[in-house]
Design a protein around this ligand. Structure first.
Ligand code: GLC
Length: 685
């Protein structure tokens, strides 16, 4: 049916009409063909909220007053929930609001692997493990597309830094490409993503907008992707390369000269003179029409109208934020008891900062954003006195000059801390540091925060440090701080969720989607690989994130998958069926309150012809366990989960032999191990 509709439209189109579908006719649209009932196709950022309306011919806001939306927690926070249902709800909200704003393609999710902690856009990405990223992002895609809006998985591929993103040439070996950097794109494409965005950078010398191997051979070849491959804005460099190597729509090359786009006049002339076969153009048009039909654009009445700024969307934002918050360390400070605590000191620039409109193209014109201070005040009302002192101003400088005496420098904050029953510090980063097109210079806390935190934990032992931001920071005070919480960019209801965690109305269940290294130099991209701006060689290969820390035995500050609860869990009875690869493990809640546990399943290959990381995540389940109860977490592995990519053979290989499944709370806290033989004839014992 769809293909018949496509062919019927295609044969009626003139050459000029076909070409008009392959390039922008405004900042975020491509042309329609009125006589054939084809409307303009409308796109919008971004990955955690539908962007405000942008002017047709510049990056300026269009100045609308009715384009407020739901501001969801960003991808790094969603990833920290390790909850597929939350990911699907996230996608459902984003898709429904995009539909309501009249958009046909929403430009997200971003699934680039976090290779270095300094990448300015890590807040828009899901983390360092390809399996975890793929599982979570696939649910976002499903949630978006059920609203008749195309997801656009980005940025394909190897856009793992912002430093010179427009021209850096990434050199990566085939196994790292296949086992680390492509699986999340493969997973989302196989989950049915209707569009993919080409990245700015080069890979192995070819632009991603004209990369024969990545696009023709893998994306549209091996993976049989039948949707639209569209460019990042201004990422196209030629007509011939873009046309031949698989780009379907060119966006953002110019602000006004739309006929001057590479896939506009020049493309039409190349087809007219026979330099490029019209069949090449027809394939692009088929793909574009396929997305239009799938989103209902060509139906007389759009099936879905979407919804925006409705309570259930705001509740989803709050639920995700509550499950995203990671309790990194807690020596009895949290939760606070509202009935016994009389006065709380709230310190730090991020107690009152709002983040929605920062970060670059993922900016969100949020209907509202509840700050941590507002969340706390709403929760306690008149029951607890809250004293707020800024203590440190976010000036945007990476590190201010050291003052001589913290006592005088932080006198107000220290006075408030000493007079309070408990201290909550809201520090970390902001979009002055986590932003598109810029990488961080280091992973130190900006300004004088380290000195402030050190002084506060000395002034009051009942101090909890909340870190806002898109990824790890160095914590020189960690041994002196009794309680540390990673709160990410938690969306419009972030302040409410943090207050729920502080007073125990929510039992924290977030887990780190990235390794927190002790110092930047411990990160593989900086310890082994290159981090550079002209040509960047990923010499660390497969050893990204915990794969490196495990294999090279470099102790992180907090490991991948780490997160505490207000209760404790024990693991028991790990079983593996070596025939079906069905796996089960019992999780018992030893504490006195309900909690959620993220059971992580890692696979170790005891012997392989090619080198493999010590262990690799191949399963995770989030289970809710009542006090004293035992729940069984179940998994089913596939042959692909046990395989590695053989770059000589050019395919995934499952080598029969001995494997282990390692079940645990994090990459650094394995609780049970079970060895089994798999593949080929059973061993002769
Ligand atoms: C930006 C970003 C991309 C965004 C696009 C449109 O340069 O790289 O993620 O969707 O342009 O704003």
């Amino acid at each position: 049916m769809i293909e018949h509709r496509i062919e019927n439209l295609l044969k009626q189109m003139s050459l000029a009409e076909k070409i008009s579908l392959c390039h922008a006719d405004s900042k975020f649209t491509t042309a329609g063909i009125e006589r054939l009932g084809i409307p303009r196709l409308a796109m919008s950022d971004g990955p955690h909220g539908v962007r405000q309306e942008i002017a047709p011919d510049s990056w300026a806001p269009a100045g609308w007053t009715d384009d407020y939306v739901t501001y969801l927690p960003t991808a790094c926070a969603l990833a920290a929930t390790w909850n597929r249902d939350m990911a699907r709800r996230f996608g459902d909200v984003l898709g429904a609001e995009a539909r309501h704003r009249g958009k046909d393609i929403i430009l997200g999710p971003g699934v680039n692997i976090v290779r270095t902690p300094v990448c300015g856009r890590n807040f828009e990405y899901f983390g360092e493990d390809p399996f975890h990223v793929g599982q979570m992002a696939a649910e976002v895609v499903r949630g978006i597309q059920r609203n008749d809006v195309a997801a656009c998985v980005k940025h394909y591929a190897l856009n793992n830094q912002e430093w010179n993103r427009g021209s850096v040439d990434v050199i990566v070996d085939e196994r790292a490409l296949r086992e680390i950097y492509l699986p999340a794109f493969e997973r989302t494409v196989r989950a049915g993503a209707w569009s993919v965005m080409a990245a700015y950078n080069k890979v192995r010398g070819q632009w991603c907008t004209e990369n024969e191997y990545l696009v023709r051979h893998i994306l549209k070849g091996e993976w049989a992707f039948d949707g639209v491959y569209l460019s990042d804005w201004g990422a196209v460099h030629s007509t011939d390369g873009a046309a031949r190597y698989g780009l379907d729509i060119e966006m953002g090359t110019h602000d006004t000269d739309f006929e001057g786009f590479h896939l506009a006049r020049a493309f039409r002339e190349a087809v007219e003179r026979g330099a490029i076969a019209e069949a090449v153009l027809d394939d692009k048009v088929r793909r574009i029409l396929r997305v239009m039909i799938r989103t209902g654009m060509l139906d007389p009445e759009r099936r879905r109208t979407g919804a925006r700024n409705v309570p259930r969307h705001q509740q989803t934002a709050r639920d995700i934020a509550a499950e995203a918050i990671v309790l990194l360390k807690n020596d009895g400070v949290l939760p606070l008891d509202m009935h016994s605590v009389r006065k709380i000191a709230v310190i730090g620039a991020n107690a009152t900062a709002r983040h929605a409109e920062g970060g670059g193209s993922s900016e969100v014109k949020a209907l509202y954003e509840i700050t941590p201070l507002e969340g706390l005040r709403r929760k306690v009302g008149r029951m607890v006195e809250i004293v707020h002192v800024e203590g440190w101003r976010d000036t945007g400088h990476e590190a201010d000059q050291p003052a001589d005496d913290p006592e005088s420098e932080f006198a107000d904050a220290l006075g408030a801390a000493r007079a309070a029953d408990a201290v909550l510090v809201f520090g970390g980063l902001s979009h002055k540091y986590d932003q598109e097109d810029v990488d961080r210079r280091d992973i130190r806390l900006p300004g004088r925060q380290n000195e402030l935190i050190g002084a506060l934990v000395a002034a009051n032992p009942r101090t909890a440090v909340f870190l806002i931001g898109g990824g790890p920071v160095e914590m020189p005070w960690i041994d002196r701080a009794p309680c540390v919480v990673q709160a990410w960019y938690a969306g419009m209801e972030g302040g409410s969720a943090m207050a729920d965690i502080v007073f125990g109305d929510v039992n924290p269940s977030g887990r780190l989607p990235v390794t927190f290294p002790r110092r930047l130099e411990d990160s593989p991209a900086h310890a082994i690989g290159q981090y550079s701006d002209v040509q960047c060689e990923y010499r660390e290969g497969l050893l990204v994130g915990y794969r490196y820390h495990d294999t090279k035995e470099v102790e992180p500050l907090f490991p991948f998958g780490h997160g505490l609860s207000y209760t404790t869990f024990t693991y028991g009875n790990l079983t593996v069926d070596p025939r079906t690869l069905e796996i089960g493990v019992d999780i018992t809640n030893d504490g006195d309150r309900e909690g959620q546990e993220v059971v992580q399943l890692y696979v170790h290959d005891a012997a392989s012809r090619l080198p493999r990381p010590v262990k690799e995540l191949k399963g995770f389940e989030k289970v809710t366990v009542a006090p004293g109860e035992t729940v069984r977490a179940r998994f089913r592995l596939t042959d692909r989960d046990l395989s590695y990519y053989d770059d000589q053979a050019g395919r995934w290989v499952l080598e029969p032999g001995e494997f282990e499944v390692r079940a645990g709370r994090s990459a650094g806290d394995i609780r049970l191990v079970q060895r089994f033989h798999y593949g080929g004839p059973p061993p002769v014992r």
